[in-house]
Design a protein. Structure first.
Length: 341
């Protein structure tokens, strides 16, 4: 055989081996994906009807992270039996919240070249009422107690709150009229008593009061974060307290639980949960010793729920909001809970 023939045979052999290797990798990846879609070692999930309306038996609605055909779907479980069977809705969300019979679902729309994102307003039966394009990656969502107002936050630069190299956009929607404020940066901000203007200002983590006028949120500027109180009528936000992120207002409107950066903690896990009395601005550390990167949800006036990393992505935990007790796992493989009221 000539030298040219030997080289040709070698090139064909290399191409065949490369093809076999690629096929092996794809087969293994497909097998792993099929295994994850069908594995049955997580909480039991079955298809059914999920409602955001209050029922005779209180339920938790959340994003189910259990592997299988219903992963990432909104699921429902009895609040008094959170380890019990889950009912999956078929509606997939990355972030979710609901109140007053209204839900907000932040979801990915998978495209040919890249994903896009949208905020979808849901009725009590999880039917779409309206949707809005999002300018970035979804991270927070909230609905006012009456269901009239919805808010969401996305990352438009960066993808984590742990560092400082990120930018957010927070929108507020009147679900009755469809009027959308695309960015809270359009509101007039007051910091420490003076009108504030700075190009580095970011907002995130809205939580609504029951009066359908006021809300609280985080404002970041100058390398610091602040709790601000917003007024939807006057379109203003006013600073109240420093070092507050992702606030969540108690059902009775008297306290806020939030994540606070604590000096000395690792840069990638810098937070601890605290409660703030709005009348006195007195802080109380909660009994959760781990770093929580979440906007907690109030289970009732005494207890908050939040997500921490788990075997399926995240699990949900609860802890008393007064600094007593200790955290306990509420359910495995869950994220973004809501307690329909």
């Amino acid at each position: 055989m000539t030298l040219r023939g030997k080289i040709l045979v070698l090139m064909v052999a290399v191409a065949v081996l490369a093809g076999l290797a690629a096929a092996s990798v794809l087969h293994a990846a497909g097998r792993e994906n099929r295994k994850n879609q069908t594995r049955a070692d997580g909480p039991p999930v079955t298809a059914g009807t999920v409602s955001l309306a209050p029922g005779a038996r209180p339920r938790i609605v959340f994003r189910s992270m259990a592997w299988g055909p219903h992963r990432d779907e909104l699921a429902s479980v009895a609040a008094d039996d959170p380890a019990g069977p889950r009912i999956a809705s078929g509606v997939k969300c990355l972030r979710f919240y609901a109140a007053g019979g209204t839900g907000i679902c932040l979801r990915a729309e998978h495209g040919t070249l890249q994903d896009s994102y949208r905020a979808v307003v849901l009725d009590a039966g999880l039917k779409e009422r309206a949707h809005y394009s999002l300018p970035g990656i979804p991270t927070r969502a909230r609905v006012s107690p009456s269901g009239r107002w919805a808010a969401w936050t996305v990352f438009v630069g960066g993808d984590s709150y742990a560092g400082t190299n990120f930018s957010t956009r927070t929108a507020v929607l009147d679900t009755r009229t469809g009027q959308l404020t695309a960015s809270l940066e359009d509101f007039t901000a007051y910091l420490n008593g003076s009108e504030h203007h700075a190009p580095d200002t970011n907002f995130w983590g809205v939580t609504f009061a029951a009066d359908d006028r006021h809300f609280y949120a985080t404002m970041a500027t100058g390398g610091r974060t602040y709790l601000v109180r917003g007024d939807l009528a006057s379109r203003t936000v006013t600073s109240l307290h420093a070092n507050v992120e992702c606030p969540s207002l108690s059902p009775d409107g008297t306290r806020i639980v939030y994540k606070k950066r604590v000096p000395g903690l690792p840069a990638d896990a810098p937070w601890r949960l605290y409660a703030l009395d709005l009348a006195t601005l007195r802080e109380t550390p909660l009994a959760e010793p781990r770093s929580v990167d979440d906007q907690v949800v109030w289970q009732d006036d005494r207890t908050v729920t939040y997500a921490l990393a788990g075997d399926y992505g995240t699990d949900l935990y609860t802890v008393p909001a007064d600094g007593t007790g200790k955290p306990r796992r509420l359910l495995t493989a869950g994220l973004a809970p809501a307690y329909p009221r």
